[in-house]
Design a protein around this ligand. Structure first.
Ligand code: DX5
Ligand code: ZN
Length: 235
């Protein structure tokens, strides 16, 4: 049985109180903190544009502050960084320095240089992962799972990248199922629209790392949602 990792998405948190929001999630039982980093090229709405700007200016600082502002609980928190950027290579040093734990880049922008990227990510002490958008076939990540520069996690997007609160795309479960069939030990993460009403589909397909933004931050009892998500994966 693969370990469940529940990763509240900080994109749904109150950015003005990022550190205490992160601390609250760790206290509520989060395994990882999911950090979405965008560069202004993620196609989407006005709302996401604001987030992009915010992320542009504070992405580095916000991670530093999450790591250092508060007590020791946060200094050891696993920061699961999801890079929705055109040139992920440009962010490796910064994020390494800031204390990121996982570095997940998109396959759509990294077909030519993923080996170099993975090497650099590992050399900075981070764990490499690859993400794919809803329109990208699962076969495109297969090469990245072979050889000495293999990634250690695949993030299957279950919404179009851009912002939180979108509707889960059940069709994406075919990708998860296929991947799980081929790689029984791999960390498979799902991101977008996950919550109490969709977790069973994701868990049944074989996902073990669960990103959840609005369903956790919007809940009156986030700890209960986190624990429900974990129970569903471990069933
Ligand atoms: C979407 C981001 C997600 C987002 C998920 O572009 O990658 O991490 O925060 O939010 P929910 O869980 O609300 O769909
Ligand atoms: Zn994400």
């Amino acid at each position: 049985q693969l370990e469940a990792k529940i990763a509240p998405s900080m994109l749904s948190s109150d950015f003005a109180n990022l550190a205490s929001e992160a601390e609250r999630m760790v206290r509520f039982g989060a395994d990882w903190l999911h950090m979405d980093i965008m560069d202004g090229c993620v196609p989407d709405s006005a709302k996401s544009f604001i987030l992009l700007l915010l992320c542009l200016f504070i992405s580095n600082k916000q991670i530093v502050s999450v790591k250092w502002q508060l007590d020791s609980v946060l200094q050891i928190a696993y920061l699961d960084c999801h890079l929705m950027v055109t040139n992920p290579l440009d962010y490796v040093d910064q994020l390494g320095k800031a204390g990121a734990s996982g570095f997940t880049f998109h396959v759509e922008v990294s077909k030519d240089n993923w080996q170099e990227l993975v090497k650099r990510i590992k050399s900075k002490g981070m764990r490499p992962g690859v993400a794919l958008k809803p329109g990208t076939p699962i076969e495109e990540v297969y090469p990245l799972l072979e050889g000495e520069n293999a990634v250690e996690m695949v993030l299957v997007m279950t919404v179009e990248p851009g912002f939180g609160g979108q509707k889960f795309m059940p069709d994406m479960m075919n990708k998860v199922r296929t991947l799980r069939g081929k790689y029984p030990e791999l960390d498979i993460e799902v991101d977008g629209g996950l919550g109490p009403s969709t977790i069973d589909m994701a868990a049944a397909a074989g996902a073990n790392c669960i990103v959840a933004g609005s369903s956790v931050f919007g809940a009156s009892e986030p700890a209960q949602v986190i624990s429900l998500l974990r129970t569903s994966v471990n069933k």
